[in-house]
Write a protein that binds this ligand. Structure first.
Ligand SMILES: Cc1cc2nc3c(=O)[nH]c(=O)nc-3n(C[C@H](O)[C@H](O)[C@H](O)COP(=O)(O)OP(=O)(O)OC[C@H]3O[C@@H](n4cnc5c(N)ncnc54)[C@H](O)[C@@H]3O)c2cc1C
Length: 455
């Protein structure tokens, strides 16, 4: 750890071969930055280690045209507004990364970049953890894991390889020019899949979009963005997934100034919608016969939000303009009424498959007792079953908003509070200990006085 900055050294004890710190935060995405802010505010000595750069996922981990899904007034931390951006606009991903860098600078966050944490193990017969990094060993009493909710791209095992067809995960997609000539099958219609499919179709590609269960709130209704509606209706703060909604993704878009995701509209533009991708067989993809159902459930979710919004407006006597046209859904396109259940990839001219099928986490380096039998983090609001280990930034950590920008800030605060409470318990000294310590201080003071007198 040769070039630690002075802020990082505040509260850090260094020995010849290791650094000893009260709290180590791993990862400097938005979760790590929020964590550092709350720990700084509460005076907890800490260090943040980041293997790449601050907010690297926003800078290089996503496609070129990505903008935040929520408007700038919402998708930010309380302590800083976006610079040079209208508060109703959707920040381009680079600007989001710049924002977190500026945010960290604002309170001089003790972040050290370019260092990877390779292993965390619990100490035996003494408190804390030993952390091996790409640049030396660290000892910490607390470790906060802020390594992100979306670490390892997941492609379901049904995928089969075919010559002449390139298959990538949405994490590898950058822009339409990157793809070979030919049609594209996009599997998954959450925010990533639907935005990528839309961009490819606008670039002139023939696109097949495989649509599963989804929610699709209106971008805005009666002059308020859906982020506002989910806020006032208490939906962001919902503490658990509704039964049956465990695998439901959310399809929203801030692209082109923000718009409601409307699958019928996409189909009327020329996109072919298909049901959930089920299997591949000799170059033929089979889709489940559930497209109409999935679209209908998405419509239900859309209309339910309009209903809840209308009720909220009426209850509170708000003066927001009625928007009856929001309830008119376009006619069903042919691909919805006569859905394709099979697609011969070669015949359809498909040369690329994009799997927008989500991510998993990888904690193989975290050798602690903080996981369930199925390998999931075991925690309550981020406080794990291994005392001293915390998670922040995971979906539904405490509520719906937990993996999103605004939500992680609140979860980080809760975790910092917990760390402070534990530190105060550990700082407790009984009478005998206090007397012994007072005695030690007294003898040190008298030694200093004597030295001063004799000098
Ligand atoms: C396509 C996409 C669009 C999104 N859009 C929005 C949006 O508009 N609004 C919103 O609120 N949310 C959005 N999200 C969700 C969420 O805000 C982001 O995923 C965000 O990046 C999560 O932040 P994080 O800090 O938890 O994780 P990350 O940003 O992934 O940060 C984790 C950091 O940890 C580092 N790290 C990992 N392992 C180690 C290690 N062993 N040692 C050291 N460092 C390590 C990584 O390099 C990384 O920088 C989006 C997500 C995706 C995938």
């Amino acid at each position: 750890m040769s070039d630690l900055n002075t802020t990082a050294l505040k509260g850090v004890e260094m020995t010849i071969d290791k650094i000893i710190i009260d709290t180590l935060v791993i990862g400097a995405g938005q979760a790590g930055v929020a964590m550092s802010e709350h720990l700084s505010k509460q005076g907890v000595p800490h260090l943040v280690l980041e293997r790449s750069r601050i907010a690297e996922a926003w800078r290089t981990g996503r496609w070129d045209s990505l903008v935040a899904n929520g408007p700038a007034w919402h998708d930010r931390f309380p302590g800083l507004e976006f610079k040079d951006l209208d508060s109703d606009a959707f920040a381009p991903k680079e600007q989001v990364a710049d924002y977190f860098e500026a945010y960290a600078k604002q309170f001089n966050a003790p972040i050290r970049t370019g260092i990877e944490v390779q292993q965390v193990v619990r100490n035996t017969n003494r408190p804390g953890f030993t952390i091996e990094t790409s640049d030396g060993v660290i000892e910490a009493t607390q470790v906060v894991v802020a390594t992100g909710p979306f670490q390892r791209p997941v492609i379901p095992p049904i995928a089969a390889e075919y010559e002449g067809i390139t298959q990538i995960h949405s994490a590898e997609y950058r822009n339409p020019q990157q793809l070979a000539e030919g049609a594209v099958l996009v599997v998954g219609a959450g925010s990533s899949g639907v935005q990528i499919a839309d961009e490819l179709q606008r670039a002139g590609k023939q696109v097949y979009l495989s649509v599963g269960a989804h929610d699709r709130p209106p971008r805005a209704y009666r002059n308020r963005d859906f982020c506002w509606w989910l806020g006032v209706l208490g939906e962001w703060d919902a503490e658990g997934v509704q039964p049956g909604k465990e695998h439901v993704t959310i399809a929203v878009s801030g692209a082109r100034g923000g718009h409601t995701v409307d699958f019928r509209k996409l189909a009327n533009q020329g996109m072919t919608l298909v049901g959930l991708t089920q299997s591949f067989n000799n170059g033929v993809v089979n889709f489940q016969a559930n497209l109409a159902d999935n679209i209908a459930r998405g419509d239900e979710n859309y209309l339910a939000l309009l209903d809840a919004a209308d009720a909220y407006i009426a209850r509170n006597g708000l003066d927001l303009p009625p928007e009856p046209e929001a309830r008119i859904l376009p006619p069903d396109p042919d691909c919805l009424t006569n859905p394709i259940l099979q697609l011969d990839l070669a015949q359809a001219g498909v040369t690329t498959i994009i799997w927008a099928t989500g991510y998993a986490v990888d904690y193989s380096w975290l050798k602690v007792n903080a996981f369930t039998e199925t390998g999931k983090p075991q925690h309550q609001r981020g406080v794990s079953s291994e005392p001293g280990i915390y998670f922040v930034g995971l979906p539904w950590l405490s509520r719906r908003g937990s993996a999103f920008i605004w939500g992680v800030w609140h979860d980080a605060k809760h975790i910092a509070d917990h760390i402070v409470k534990q530190r105060s318990y550990l700082a407790y000294r009984d009478f005998a200990q206090r007397q012994a310590e007072d005695g030690k201080t007294a003898s040190v003071t008298s030694a200093i006085t004597k030295t001063t007198v004799s000098a």
